[in-house]
Design a protein around this ligand. Sequence first.
Ligand code: MTE
Ligand code: MO
Length: 431
Amino acid sequence: MPVASRLAGLRNPLLGRRSFLRLGAALSGGVALGPFGPRPGCAETPISSPPADAPWSQSIGPGVVDRPYGRPADTEAGIIRRNVPWLTAGTESSISFSPLQDLHGIITPNGLFFERYHAGRPDVDPEKHKLMIHGLVERPLILTMKDIIRFPAVSRIHFIECPANGGMEWRAAQLNSLQFNHGMISCAEWTGVRLSTLLEEVGLKKDARWAMVEGADGAHMNRSLPLDKCLDDCLVVYAQNGEALRPEQGYPLRLVVPGWEGNVSIKWLRRIKLGDRPWYSREETSKYTDLMPDGTSRGFTWLIEAKSVITFPCPEKPLSGPGLYEIRGLAWSGNGKVTQVDVSANGGVNWQRARLHDPVLPKALTRFTLPWRWDGQPALLESRVVDETGYVQPTITQLRTQRGLNSVYHNNSIQTWQVKPDGSVFDVQLS
Ligand SMILES: Nc1nc2c(c(=O)[nH]1)N[C@H]1C(S)=C(S)[C@@H](COP(=O)(O)O)O[C@H]1N2
Ligand SMILES: [Mo]
C-alpha cells in the first residue's frame, strides 16, 4: 500500500488499534527519520451512538442571494496577509506576506497573494488603460484592454517571488515566522497573451535587443528585459486564477516574467519600449543589485534560484505531542522543474527523500511531503531542493561564503526549524 493511503487511514475513526499499530510498525521501518518506536500518534474515539445534532443541523440556512461574491468561512478570518510595520516607512511602499502556514496545494487564493508596492495600489480604469509598444519596432501600437483580450489566450501556472523574500535573515535569524521569512512568494494560474505574440504584431527592428517595461502606478516602475526572455515565456496577463487580476496584482494588466525576480513582473503595465541596450533604471542600479564582499555590485541578477521551505511544522504551526505527522512544504525553481526534495530531522546530517506531489510544473510552486514519527526529542528540520539543472539549494553559510553579508536580495538558503520537546518550533540558523 502506498504511504499516502496508509496515512489517509489514520483519519478514519473506525480504524482499530490493531491495524493502527500495524501501520505504525510499517511506517517506522520504512520512512521514519530516526530510531522512533511504534507510538500511536492520535487518540481513538470509540463510536457507540451517533453524535447529537449541532445547532446548524436544526434550522434552515441563508439562501443563495446571501453572498453574490463568495468569501471564506467567518472562522477563517485570521488567515490573512500581514505586514511588518517597522520594515518600511509607510504602507504605500510596502509589502504584505502570504500566510503560507495556512495554505494548501500550490495555488495562492487571490485574496492572499502577497503584495509589493513602490507607490501604493492605483485604482486603474480599464476603459482608459492602454498599453503602448514602441521604440525599435516596425509598427508602433497603442492597445486597449479590448484589443488585448482579442489576441490568442494562454494560461500558465507560475510563482512570483520578490527577491527580498528572506532578505531580513542575511545576517542572522530574526523573525520567528514562516509568513514573514518566506511569505513574499505566491503562485497563480495566469491568463493572457504571450509577449512574443504582441512583439510579432508590432514587428521587431533588427537592432532590437532589450525591452523596457513600465507600470502606470505613481512609481512608473520600470525595468529592462533582454529580448530572449521576452520571446521565451513572458506573458502579458489580465486574469489570475480564473477571474480578472486583483487591483493588488496589477489590474487590469501586468507582465509575468516566469522564474525571474518579482520586481520585473511589472504591474499596471502601460508601456513596452524596444531598444538596443538596457536602460539602467533605478530598480536595476540603486535597487535590486547585490553588493559583494569586494565592493563590486552584481546587477541584472534576475533568476530565482531553487528554494524550499517546510510549511508544517513551523513557528506558526507547532506539534501537539509525539506521534506520527506529515512534514509538508513547498519547493520552487526559476530554472524550471523541481526534481528532488530531501528532508532532514537532524540539521542536515541525514537526509530522506520527500514525495513530490503532482502537478510538478516548471517555475511553479511544488508540494512535497514526508511522513515523520516524532519521538518528542529536540529536532532540527530542514528541506533541500534540487532542480532539473542539478542545482542544489545552499546553506546560509555557503551563501555567505560567496556573497558576504551585504546582500538583501536572493537569499535562497535552507531554512532550519528547531523543534523543542514541547512541540514549539523556532527559526534558527546553523553555523
Ligand atoms: N508597476 C509596478 N510593478 C511592480 C511593482 C510596483 O511597485 N509597481 N512591484 C514589483 C515588485 S518589487 C514585486 S516583488 C512584484 C510583486 O507582485 P505582487 O504585488 O502581485 O505580489 O511586483 C512588481 N511589479
Ligand atoms: Mo520585490
